[in-house]
Design a protein. Structure first.
Length: 270
C-alpha cells in the first residue's frame, strides 16, 4: 500500500457539469439532479481525478457499480431557509405571494401549508436567485448549508416538521473508485459515523422509491439516543399537490425502506 499522506500532492479541479450549465430549464424536465454528478463521475471512472466532492442531496440513489461513497463529512444545517425583503415566515407571507423554487419537494410542501402562494420556477446559482427577490418573485427558498458555506446572510429557517429536507441535505460526500483501497482508507478519516447512519437511512428511503429529484420526495433522519427517527414525504406527480408524510422510529437503516413502502401504500389509498 502506498503512503498517500507522506506523498500528498493535491490538485483541485473545478468541473462545470451539465446541471450547472442548463440554468433556464427545471431539473425535472432535463433528467434530475444526477446531471450535477454525471460529468464528475465520468472523470473519476476514467482516472482523471481520484476523489469527487459532492453535495450529497444532488446524488441519485443508485451509484455506478465501480464507485463508492467513502466518506460523509459531518452534517451541516439540513434545513431550508426562506429569503424575502422583509422578515416574513412561510406563514406570514402576504396572500398570493410569488415564491421562487425549482424543487418539487419544496413546491408540494409549501402548497400543503400555503395553498394561496404562487410557485415560480427559478434556477441559477445562489446569488442569481437572491437577486430575483423584489423583481420577479417575492421570496425564494434555499438550503441553509449552501448559504452558510458561501458566507451569505441567513434567511428565516423553515422547521423540518413543516418542510422536510431532501435526502442527504447539508452533507458533503466524498466519492472514490471502489477498487482504489488506498484512497478509500485515506478519505475514511473524514467520515462521520452518526452522519453516515442518518444519510444511509435517507438514501434507503430514496432507493426504495426508485427516485431522485424527478419526484417530490423528502427524507430526514436524526439520532435520538439509540434510535433513528426518520421524517418522510412523498407526493403524487399525477395529482398536484397531493402528498403524504409520516415519521417512524427504528434501530437501523432499514426503516428507510419501510417508510417508503408505507408512504406508497398510503398515497395509493388517497
Amino acid at each position: 500500500m502506498r503512503n498517500i499522506e507522506e506523498n500528498l500532492d493535491v490538485e483541485v479541479r473545478k468541473i462545470h457539469t451539465t446541471g450547472d450549465r442548463l440554468v433556464n430549464v427545471s431539473l425535472d424536465e432535463i433528467g434530475g439532479k444526477g446531471l450535477f454528478v454525471k460529468d464528475i463521475e465520468e472523470q473519476l471512472l476514467e482516472g482523471d481525478i481520484d476523489i469527487a466532492v459532492h453535495s450529497l442531496k444532488d446524488m441519485p440513489a443508485d451509484l455506478h457499480e465501480g464507485l463508492y461513497l467513502s466518506a460523509f463529512v459531518k452534517r451541516d444545517d439540513p434545513r431550508d431557509m426562506l429569503f424575502t425583503n422583509g422578515s416574513y415566515t412561510l406563514y406570514s407571507l402576504p396572500k398570493d405571494s410569488d415564491l421562487g423554487t425549482s424543487s418539487l419537494r419544496r413546491k408540494y410542501q409549501v402548497k400543503s401549508v400555503r395553498p394561496d402562494v404562487n410557485i415560480v420556477n427559478i434556477r441559477g446559482n445562489v446569488t442569481t436567485r437572491l437577486d430575483k427577490i423584489g423583481k420577479s418573485v417575492d421570496g425564494v427558498i434555499l438550503a441553509a448549508a449552501g448559504i452558510k458555506r458561501l458566507g451569505l446572510r441567513a434567511g428565516v429557517p423553515l422547521d423540518i416538521r413543516t418542510i422536510i429536507p431532501a435526502p442527504g441535505q447539508g452533507v458533503i460526500a466524498l466519492e472514490t473508485r471502489k477498487d482504489d483501497k488506498d484512497i478509500i482508507n485515506f478519505t475514511k478519516n473524514l467520515d462521520h459515523g452518526a452522519t453516515r447512519l442518518c444519510v444511509e437511512t435517507e438514501r434507503a428511503f430514496l432507493k426504495t422509491l426508485g427516485a431522485d429529484c424527478n419526484f417530490p420526495v423528502a427524507a430526514h433522519a436524526l439520532l435520538e439516543h439509540a434510535d433513528i427517527i426518520l421524517h418522510g414525504m412523498l407526493g403524487d406527480m399525477n395529482r398536484p399537490y397531493l402528498m403524504v408524510r409520516k415519521t417512524v422510529r427504528g434501530k437501523d437503516t432499514s426503516i428507510g425502506s419501510i417508510l417508503a413502502e408505507e408512504l406508497v401504500e398510503e398515497l395509493e389509498r388517497n
